[in-house]
Design a protein around this ligand. Structure first.
Ligand code: TMP
Length: 199
């Protein structure tokens, strides 16, 4: 099983991923936690460029870097783990590229989706959580120290948020939208309930 965690920066998805990881571990379930971009090795180098490079990066170049990281991640980490029977929890995946580079940067969305399927070899998550939060709150949570992506501005993050909600409407079976303004405990209960229903 392949479960992905999505949402704008500051939405709390990483906290929830770690909590679900610990929940599975406590039950003795074989689980892997990973992330995009930059799970390990080559991916970490790509992440470093994407988040910290201070020169100009074209929107198309940015997209291809995320996609390159994804291809490496799927081939070397996600697929082998799923094949060995692990539950894989991944912090960001295909929907981030549609939301950020498609809706956020304004690149052609059908093309981004097509490139996503090339990068993943048509592997798709079984379940995706989108942690939805208003932009003002999420930006407050991110704080003053922003990386290259987090510096994109209010309008950009508004488009990203709307993008996630639109994607979720298009795929209601796979994508579950969670109100990320609730408490950590309330959200975790909701996440565990949804996952348990699926398992
Ligand atoms: P993180 O802060 O959740 O680790 O994600 C890194 C940043 O990269 C975050 O601002 C979202 C962005 N991102 C994209 O713009 N497109 C993508 O495809 C992915 C995976 C992340």
């Amino acid at each position: 099983m392949f479960i992905t965690f999505e949402g704008a920066d500051g939405c709390g998805k990483t906290t929830q991923l770690v909590l679900l990881y610990e929940y599975f571990k406590a039950k003795g379930i074989d689980v892997l936690k990973t992330r995009e971009p930059g799970a390990q090795g080559l991916g970490e180098k790509i992440r470093e460029i994407l988040l910290n490079y201070d020169g100009e990066v074209s929107d198309r170049c940015e997209s291809f870097l995320f996609l390159a990281d994804r291809a490496q991640h799927i081939d070397k980490i996600v697929n082998p783990a799923v094949a060995s029977g692990k539950i894989v929890l991944c912090d960001r995946h295909i929907d981030s590229t549609v939301a950020y580079q498609g809706y956020g940067r304004g690149l052609d969305i059908p093309r981004i989706k097509m490139l996503n399927s090339i990068a993943t070899n048509n592997i798709r998550p079984d379940l995706t959580f989108v942690f939805d939060i208003d932009v003002k709150t999420s930006m407050q949570r991110v704080g003053q120290e922003k990386d290259r992506m987090e510096s994109a501005g209010f309008d950009f993050f508004n488009r990203v948020r709307m993008g996630y909600l639109e994607i979720a409407e298009q795929e209601p079976n796979r994508i579950k939208v969670i109100d990320a303004t609730k408490s950590i405990e309330e959200i975790q209960k909701e996440v565990v309930k949804i996952v348990s229903e699926l398992i």
